[in-house]
Design a protein around this ligand. Structure first.
Ligand code: FAD
Length: 424
């Protein structure tokens, strides 16, 4: 049994603590807040197929593995706690608002099918048969069988509860310290996992030799609730499954939650507004009303903005600090952190159980030293060899997208779904 200190109690730190304890380790969790960062805002889509984007093929296997691990986690949690997690394994409908949006969707569907996803074309009327509240004048869509969702706030609360309970088959209960960590030297442990999202570069330690290239990518997201009068008898909400859409190149998602609630998201912006963006919220609501007209009659419950921990290549940062296997960096989960949290937890625990895991080829694309060219490590050499060029910047990715013909359809830099269309 090792003592592992995990810094950060967002979804990544929480599930990492959970996995480490499951493997018998003694874990302490140190965090300035509990699931109050990006995790608090997230829609919770677990969407390895719908999230597929051009130029991100290195991410796809991670997303698929993570989704399978979520199925296992849901079964494990259901056996251990009666607390809800909002896990739903229903399909996802993706709508194209006009014919050009539909063409974009169908291009993406070809890639989704090539990765093994079951994707069915839907005429507009068929989409409405799946979800009767959808608007009439829609070009069409697709149905993705595999994608799932969870409620990140409920999942976090359930995991926090379990971490504190004795369990004879696991390591000791996890102590949770509400504190801001400024240096790894504050923590005495066999291993320290830095899972503090955007807070990781602010902590002193051996990882500070790395340029993590993390940047905040802010997302605005809304929660609304349908009044009972809007629902048919027996209906819990306006939608029974996640509906995503491309609305004139802007992507949108509508995620149903318990109690008739609906999550509407999300913007993606890198401006200096500290709170939610009025323009972003307005556009989200206008687009939502085009796809689901009765949104206009709902009660607006909440508008939230949080920063996603973004990286230049949209891949996470997971691996040991240079010359110090004791400290493990686990951040940069950007738009997919709820989905990837199970993968992050599993891989981090494997690194702690066997540091040689760091050399495994599947971890090469996510090595935390890949943006530190002056750090002459085999990891950097590997990246050049494997990719044929240094890490791509956002600008080069946009060029790549343009060459593949999707740039015209993703022209609005202010919005992206958690995947599924526009991006910057
Ligand atoms: C609007 C929006 C919608 C999203 N929707 C989805 C989605 O549908 N599906 C999906 O997969 N992903 C989604 N994401 C992305 C996802 O939310 C993030 O990738 C994920 O939450 C990152 O988790 P984390 O634990 O790394 O970081 P966070 O959730 O930000 O947690 C970091 C934690 O570290 C703590 N911390 C920070 N600094 C310190 C310090 N120095 N000392 C101690 N503690 C510290 C903070 O208090 C915080 O609790 C969405 C994000 C946004 C903003």
């Amino acid at each position: 049994m090792k003592h592992v200190a995990v810094v950060g109690a967002g979804i990544v730190g929480l599930l990492t603590a959970y996995e480490l304890r499951r493997r018998g380790h003694r874990v302490s969790l140190h965090s300035s807040g509990i699931a109050e960062g990006a995790t608090h805002a997230a829609a919770g889509m677990l969407a390895p197929a719908a999230e597929i984007q051009y130029g991100q093929s290195a991410l796809w296997p991670l997303m698929r593995e993570a989704a399978e691990l979520h199925d296992d986690l849901a079964a494990d949690l259901a056996a251990r706690t009666e607390l809800p997690t909002g896990y739903r394994d229903h399909s996802t409908v993706v709508i194209g608002r006009d014919s050009a949006d539909l063409a974009t969707l169908q291009d993406l569907a070809r890639i989704q099918r090539s990765t093994g996803a079951t994707v069915q074309d839907l005429l507009s009327a068929q989409a409405r048969r799946q979800e009767p509240a959808l608007a009439r004048a829609l070009a069409g869509g697709i149905l993705i069988e595999s994608d799932r969702q969870v409620d990140p706030r409920l999942l976090s609360a359930a995991v926090v509860d379990l971490l504190g309970r004795p369990d004879s088959q696991q390591g000791p209960p996890v102590s949770i310290e509400h504190e801001t960590i400024t240096s790894t030297e504050q923590l005495e442990a066999d291993h320290i996992v830095l899972a503090a999202g955007l807070g990781v570069p602010t902590i002193d330690g051996p990882h500070r030799r790395l340029d993590l290239a993390l940047r905040p990518v802010r997302g605005d997201i809304l929660r609304v609730r349908a009044p009972r009068s809007l629902l048919a008898p027996g209906e819990e909400g306006l939608l029974s499954r996640t509906v995503r859409a491309i609305v004139r190149g802007r992507s949108l998602y509508l995620v149903p939650r318990a109690g008739g609630q609906l999550v509407i998201g999300a913007t993606s912006r890198e401006d200096d507004l500290p709170g939610p963006s009025t323009a972003g919220v307005l556009q989200l609501l206008q687009d939502a009303a085009e796809i689901l007209p009765s949104v206009r009659e709902t009660e607006l419950l909440e508008v939230v903005a949080r920063d996603r921990p973004g990286t230049p290549d949209d891949l996470p940062l997971l691996g040991p600090a240079p010359d110090d296997e004791r400290v493990i960096v686990s951040t940069g989960y950007h738009r997919h952190g709820i989905l990837l949290s199970t993968w992050a937890a599993r891989r981090t625990a494997e690194l702690i159980d066997d540091p040689a895991v760091a050399a495994q080829p599947d971890l090469a694309p996510v090595r935390p030293d890949r943006f530190t060219p002056d750090l002459s490590t085999p990891a950097f050499a590997h990246r050049r060899t494997a990719g044929g060029s240094p890490a791509r910047t956002s600008a080069t990715r946009q060029g790549e997208a343009a060459r593949q013909g999707d740039a015209a359809r993703v022209a609005d830099p202010a919005r992206q779904g958690e995947g599924g269309g526009a991006r910057r």
